[in-house]
Design a protein around this ligand. Structure first.
Ligand code: KG4
Ligand code: ZN
Length: 342
């Protein structure tokens, strides 16, 4: 079955067409496009919601046309439309959802609302190895979320730990700003860290020794702020060392808590997903430390860690039988919990 996926929850307009083999949970991406708004928002140091909505509105229709042409699909070939319905920016979500509803009604195609974080969580399934067997643990790390989720089946998610303040991506972004780096800060810090000494600045490992699975990153950003202030003018090497020290502090906390969560829950597989999962230090540290504990790590391809529409197609594909997707019965949900309990 062919699924058209649309993602407009934040600052990336993304469209994809996925061809899924029903019953097998497998398939392939026929065509995809991502239009990043990073340059537009960079001069403001973060995403401006109204600007994001307007950019989605002007980019989306042509992108859909181009992706459909590349996949050699007409509307008659599309079996279903999957669209991000939350969480995210209200106006931005409305652009994608309204478009999906309209083309759905006109062409008589069912529309499935997809939870953006579920898209991230299932993204490793787009790679050749597919998803691990259930149950598995997922570390979901993006610009707005940091959580550990136990997955017992598609749609059965239990949050076993989450941040009590800033998300890991937010900590990267805010600290990058303190170092004079552009938005988004994660990839910039990561690039700078390659030539830095991660032991140079002593930064805290927040909540690492608490006996729960929660995270806290706002103090880490404050520690970076004081370290920068106390140091005075920063040379290029100072900034690289600070970036490496910060990256290593964030990754150490994420990795140790993920391994602990997997062991505590007795699961043998660990998935990482979300924008921060593209971080090379996190990927290698996680692979190394999990392996030594007998836990198998599943990583999405780097391009499917950050926002994309292939993951939205895939989540829609896996949810098509259970979804309560009736056009008139749902709306966008800027705040939407992944788990029924939390
Ligand atoms: O999942 P995502 O693309 O959007 C949200 O749903 O939030 O995640 C964006 C976040 C940003 O905070 C960005 O700085 C971070 O992911 N990020 C990274 C890297 N690439 C993106 N953080 C660290 N290292 C990276 N390579
Ligand atoms: Zn995202």
């Amino acid at each position: 079955m062919r699924i058209l996926g649309i993602e407009t929850s934040c600052d990336e307009t993304a469209v994809a067409i996925f061809d899924g083999e029903q019953g097998s949970g497998k398939g392939s991406v026929l065509a995809e496009q991502i239009a990043s708004q990073i340059e537009t928002h960079a001069r403001f140091g973060g995403v401006v919601p109204e600007v994001a909505s307007r950019e989605h509105l002007s980019a989306l229709p042509l992108m859909v046309e181009e992706v459909m042409a590349e996949a050699k699909c007409g509307w008659a070939d599309v079996d279903c439309i999957a669209v991000t319905a939350g969480p995210g920016l209200m106006g931005a979500l409305l652009v994608g959802a309204s478009y999906a509803r309209a083309v759905g009604v006109v062409n008589n195609i069912p529309v499935i609302p997809v939870h953006h974080m579920e898209g991230h969580l299932l993204a490793p399934g787009l790679s050749e190895n597919g998803l691990p067997g259930f149950p598995f643990m997922t570390l979901l790390v993006s610009g707005g979320h940091t959580m550990l989720v136990r997955v017992d089946s598609i749609g059965e998610y239990r949050i076993v730990g989450q941040t009590i303040d800033d998300a890991a991506g937010e900590c990267f972004d805010k600290s990058a700003r303190l170092l004079g780096l552009p938005y988004p800060g994660g990839p910039e810090i990561s690039k700078l860290a390659e030539n830095g000494d991660s032991k140079r600045f002593k930064l805290p490992r927040p909540m690492l020794n608490r006996d729960n699975l929660n995270f806290s990153f706002s103090g880490l950003k404050t520690a970076v702020m004081y370290a920068v202030k106390n140091h005075g003018v920063l040379s290029d090497q100072d900034r690289a060392d600070m970036a490496a020290s910060l990256e290593s502090a964030i990754c150490e906390v994420l990795v140790k808590k993920s391994v602990r969560a997997s062991k505590q829950e007795g699961v043998k597989s660990l998935v990482i997903a979300g924008g921060v999962a593209a971080n090379r230090c996190l990927r290698s540290m996680l692979a190394e430390q999990s392996e030594s504990q007998g836990i198998e790590v599943y990583l999405p391809q780097a391009k499917y860690c950050t926002d994309n529409a292939a993951m939205i197609c895939y989540a829609g594909f896996l949810n098509q039988n259970t979804s309560k997707a009736v056009l008139t019965e749902w709306d966008v949900q800027p705040r939407w919990s992944l788990s029924a309990e939390n």
